[in-house]
Design a protein around this ligand. Structure first.
Ligand code: UD1
Length: 421
């Protein structure tokens, strides 16, 4: 198992390119099941999660290859499989995106229930409710979802759950509704940029989706879709993580190939803490170095502050001048990084949904363990400002969603080394 050795860093300096968005790419890949024509996705990140989705689709018969320029070619013309097995779905929840696509294209699917994970229970009731409202018959037994359907029929579906909108349920229902008979209206659907990206791809395949980026999506079903070539949007969470790294180390980092328009909640907060940010169309220049003000934030669906940046801002709060309060409103257990950050000497505790951090704190190196993808990034960030050499274990979580993070950070001057055991 690999681990990272991270030493305290000088202020990070330089320029870094953001990779394609993991969360977008996974949904776009599932859309390949909707057509017999080839689909080409440019800017597809080389990540463990993307490789897992490749295996899920290959298992259904989709032929997938990498292009010389870092894209993916997907050809579903011979894909007749119907099953997403437990071994794959348990590795990555987003494997269940094949459910919506298979429902509408094949009228049959057998997909393992994803189960919970380190950040909470993560039910899929909204996915199943939406598919049932489109006319699918769904049963579960032996840990699997069994779905049967004739041609799906458009419907008005409210996708709001206990914690607000659901990105995953919106993706699954969009994939199903584009080939349903008649019109679907998805109310309280997710408005994340990844949903907009999926809508753009589906429309270029011939679908009729409107309202993406707002809480109401309207989808006129069509009888067939064609192939397309599409570029995956830049990963907003990766870009935001680099911005925090620059702020935390007091560095100056130019983040390129990103979409500052997708990063409003994060850049606004950083600016209010005293970080200087210059925004271009596709670049962000982040200059740290002034003392960081403490802050209060709560995680919310887009365009609110993203839960996927909560852990990284906990690391940042350890260096702010006072008490910060970070409220997690999307995932109930997303606090496993808190005791790990405390191992560096951070004054941090959980109080219900809130994480309370008192800064500024002199952190010192420690061996720590990553509990999930974004927590791994938070631990690396903290290690960059901790005296001595820290050991970050279980970094396979990081490899699921950050493309070559250690190589990119090292290019900015961070003393970080991957060690294989
Ligand atoms: C996606 C992202 C993940 C991000 C999350 C929230 C992908 C592959 N992953 O996850 O990085 O952290 O959005 O921005 O895109 N819920 C229900 N019932 C459901 C579905 C969800 O109650 O049927 C709840 C969830 O438990 C959670 C909340 O709704 O509390 C939001 O979850 P959701 O937006 O669905 O997250 P994911 O799509 O799993």
């Amino acid at each position: 198992m690999d681990k990272f050795l991270v030493r305290k860093s000088e202020p990070l300096k330089g320029q870094i390119r953001v990779s394609g968005a993991k969360n977008s790419c996974l949904a776009l890949m599932a859309a390949s099941l909707l057509t017999d024509d080839p689909l080409e996705l440019d800017n597809a990140p080389d990540l463990v999660d993307v490789r897992t989705m490749t295996r899920v689709l290959a298992n259904l018969g989709v032929e997938i290859s990498r292009t010389a320029s870092g894209g993916l070619n997907l050809d579903s013309s011979r894909a007749r499989g119907l099953k997403a097995p437990y071994e794959l779905v348990s590795k990555m929840r987003a494997s269940y995106y094949v459910l919506g696509a298979l429902a509408t294209r094949r009228g049959k699917a057998e997909v393992s229930l994803p189960g919970g994970c380190a950040i909470g229970q993560r039910p899929i009731d909204l996915h199943l409710k939406g598919l049932a409202m489109l006319g699918a018959e769904i049963s579960t037994s032996g840990g699997y979802i069994y779905l049967r359907a004739n041609r799906l029929r458009g419907a008005r579906i409210n996708l709001s759950g206990r914690y607000g909108s659901s990105v995953g349920a919106t993706v699954n229902i969009m994939l199903a509704a584009v080939l349903a008979r008649g019109k679907s209206v998805l109310e309280d659907s997710a408005a994340e940029p990844e949903i907009e990206d999926l809508a753009h791809l589906l429309n270029s395949m011939g679908a009729r989706v409107s309202g993406a980026g707002s809480p109401v999506l309207e989808i006129e079903g069509v009888s067939e879709l064609s192939g397309a070539r599409h570029t995956v949007i830049p990963d907003r969470i990766e870009a935001a993580t680099f911005a925090v790294a620059a702020a935390l180390t007091g560095g100056t980092v130019a983040i390129t190939d990103c979409r500052p328009a997708h990063l409003g909640a994060v850049t606004c907060l950083l600016e209010s803490l005293g970080v200087n940010i210059e925004k271009g169309e596709t670049t962000l220049l982040v200059r740290g170095g002034t003392p960081l003000a403490p802050f209060r934030i709560k995680t919310e669906p887009y365009p609110g502050f993203p839960t996927d940046m909560q852990a990284q801002f906990c690391a940042l709060a350890t260096q702010a001048q006072g008490k910060s309060v970070i409220e997690e409103n999307i995932f109930e257990n997303r606090t496993l990084h808190v005791p790990e950050l405390a191992r560096f000497g951070a004054d941090i505790r959980v109080d219900g949904r809130k994480i309370i951090v008192k800064g500024p704190c002199r952190l010192s190196s420690a061996p720590v363990m990553a509990s999930d993808l974004r927590a791994s990034a938070a631990l690396i960030l903290a290690a960059l400002v901790a005296e001595g050499t820290s050991e970050i274990n279980r970094i396979y979580h990081l490899d699921r969603g950050y493309e070559h993070l250690e190589v990119k950070l090292a290019r900015l001057g961070a003393p970080i080394l991957r060690v294989s055991e």
